[in-house]
Design a protein around this ligand. Structure first.
Ligand code: GLU
Length: 596
């Protein structure tokens, strides 16, 4: 058996050049360094955080911490926390800055899920700020006239894919419940940066260049990202006064400044009339009716912990929970052992089979939500993992379901984009939020300084298969199934880890693997987020290209897996809460952890 060590796994992570880009928000790590943004010059704290990340060390603090995908956003959140603001306050400041400096990944035009641990009450709450399908959406939204699914980008680019944004309402709701800082003050950092200008980061510049053709299709988008016909360059100074105006509408009027009035009117006009040959049906009524939903958190026992996160319409916590719940039947071998990756890989394949069959927006389709993470069901499914080889095939199981219902497997297409924010405040509250506009640059439609999402393409393009309905089909008002997995890990009723990642449906593998690395392999948060990825969903076993984990290929192939090297661009941001705080930021992206 080929030998390699954990040192080899992590040591090679950033050492080798990676292959070509594979999706719109995928950039090789060496292109995503801080060089173009000049981040180190922002402040000594940012410089120190970047240094810690480069050296593979977590950032340590005592009172508060924020880990987020861009140093400007980290600074905005840190300033709020330093002044006694809560994690919810800091999130509003960080999210509004992210929408400016990392506009391709998340922003006002998108949606998000938030998990909150409240130190005063000890309660865990999850808020669903997912986009909704417009009331005029029809089941065949993503099919051509003969009923065949549209090509992915034919569906994405334009108005058709735009769901009712949820992020502005989520900011307002989180602040209403848990904020202490004056709402208006939270918009100041983003307004100042939008008006004063910021340096385009290396990552943003590389992504604009890779997507130039699609961005060029709409005048407002082209004007901003391709000024004078040229893609924005790294280090170039960029202002966004239109975004500053939109933020003022929100600051002065709350969520109504977005969901009604001139901003809402412009969104509707752009989707219906400004999207060329691919208009959408989003209306003023959809915006007026939008509501954040509080959902019951999903918690699954793993080792001595409870792993808690966002339930339907996200498949995140259920699928992460299924993977870990099955692994709970086994002692986990070390990270050097191919056996560990067989267990993780096949637990993941089994979980994805259930995900494809059963998971969607529970407000619209009956789901065996409790049955899917019932420890007895998972222990039974885990028996399938007892052999030494890859399972020849996997099929959905039969969780306890109080509905007699036959459904077909989902066919949604998912490419990675998105951003994750983890925050602990000085009161002991913990926030874990994954936020997205779906594909890199979303629908490519830009309104008043922000991009509109393409979240509706997270629905299955087909409604039925072999005569059976697909749970995640388009329906008016429904929320598309997500993979986002903002997570808080609890031990004896107290939070010990906040974590989450972008990455499309690979989010599930990234988060589950990082939790195994932290809980079973004793890695600190920085090691856990930097660990090379091996992800298995429903096809090949994807091994992170250019890292030591590729050395697993021969053993995995011998076990019966088909193996593929892939650029696996996660963006894990994590905070460990123990004796003090430790923050980790994914070395594949531009983010940092800041704390005090
Ligand atoms: N839209 C995806 C989801 O909600 C996230 C996209 C991504 O992470 O790139 O699952």
């Amino acid at each position: 058996m080929r030998q390699f060590t954990f040192a080899c796994l992590s040591g090679l992570l950033l050492a080798s050049p990676l292959g070509a880009q594979q999706a719109a928000d995928t950039v090789a790590p060496e292109e995503a360094t801080e060089a173009g943004g000049g981040f180190a010059a922002l402040s000594p704290a940012v410089a120190a955080a970047l240094e810690a990340k480069a050296a593979g060390r977590p950032v340590e603090a005592t009172h508060w911490m924020i880990a987020v995908a861009n140093p400007h956003a980290a600074e905005a959140g840190a300033a709020v926390l330093r002044a006694g603001g809560t994690a919810a306050d800091a999130m509003v400041a960080a999210q509004t800055v992210l929408g400016l400096v990392e506009p391709q990944s998340s922003g006002l035009g998108g949606g998000a899920f938030l998990v909150w641990y409240d130190a005063a009450s000890g309660d865990l709450t999850t808020l669903d700020g997912r986009e909704t399908a417009p009331l005029d959406a029809r089941p065949r939204l993503f099919q051509d006239t003969s009923g065949q699914p549209l090509g992915f980008y034919d569906a994405v680019v334009g108005g058709r894919s735009v769901g009712t944004p949820g992020t502005p309402a989520l900011l307002a709701e989180a602040h209403r419940r848990w904020g202490r800082t004056d709402w208006r003050d939270l918009f100041r950092p983003a307004i100042d940066l939008a008006e004063g200008g910021f340096a385009v980061s290396a990552r943003l510049a590389a992504l604009v260049e890779a997507d130039a053709e699609r961005l060029a299709r709409f005048p407002a988008t082209a004007e901003y990202f391709l000024p004078g016909g040229q893609p924005l360059a790294a280090g170039q100074r960029l202002t966004n006064p239109a975004y500053a105006d939109t933020l003022r509408q929100l600051a002065d009027n709350g969520a109504a400044g977005f969901y009604a009035g001139p901003v809402a009117a412009d969104i509707v006009r752009t989707v219906q009339e400004g999207a060329g040959d691919n208009p959408g049906v989003l209306s003023g009524l959809d915006l007026a009716l939008y509501q954040v939903r509080e959902r019951a958190p999903i918690c699954v026992p793993y080792r001595t912990y409870e792993v808690c996160g966002m339930g339907p319409p996200s498949s995140g916590a259920l699928t992460v929970g299924q993977i870990l719940g099955m692994l709970n039947s086994f002692a986990m071998p070390g990270p050097d052992s191919p056996e560990a990756w067989r267990l993780i890989g096949d637990a993941s394949r089994l979980a994805f089979a259930d995900r494809g069959r059963y998971m969607a927006d529970e407000d619209f389709v009956p789901m065996p939500t409790k049955g899917l993470v019932d420890p007895a069901y998972l222990a039974e499914r885990a028996k399938l993992l007892e052999g030494g080889d890859a399972l020849p095939e996997v099929a959905p199981g039969n969780p306890v379901f109080d509905h007699a219902l036959l459904q077909a497997d989902d066919e949604a297409i998912e490419f990675p984009s998105t951003s994750h924010i983890s925050i602990v405040d000085s009161y002991g509250n913990v926030l874990s939020m994954t936020t997205t506009i779906e594909n890199g640059f979303g629908s490519r439609l830009m309104v008043r300084g922000f991009l509109l999402n393409n979240e509706l393409t997270d629905f299955s393009f087909r409604t039925h298969k072999d005569g059976l309905p697909i749970a995640n089909r388009v329906e008016p008002g429904k929320r598309p199934r997500s993979s986002m997995a903002p997570t808080i890990v609890m031990a004896e009723g107290k939070p010990v880890l906040a974590i989450g990642s972008p990455g499309g449906s690979r989010i599930i593998g990234y988060v589950a693997q990082a939790i195994v690395a932290w809980a079973d392999w004793g890695m600190d948060v920085q090691q856990a987020v930097a660990l090379p990825h091996a992800v298995n969903r429903f096809g090949t076993y994807d091994l992170e290209a250019g890292t030591g984990i590729e050395a697993l290929a021969p053993e995995l192939e011998e076990m019966g897996y088909e193996v593929a090297p892939k650029v696996l661009n996660s963006g894990l941001h994590a905070i460990e809460i123990g004796h003090g705080l430790k923050g980790g930021a994914d070395p594949r992206r531009e983010g940092i952890a800041l704390g005090d």
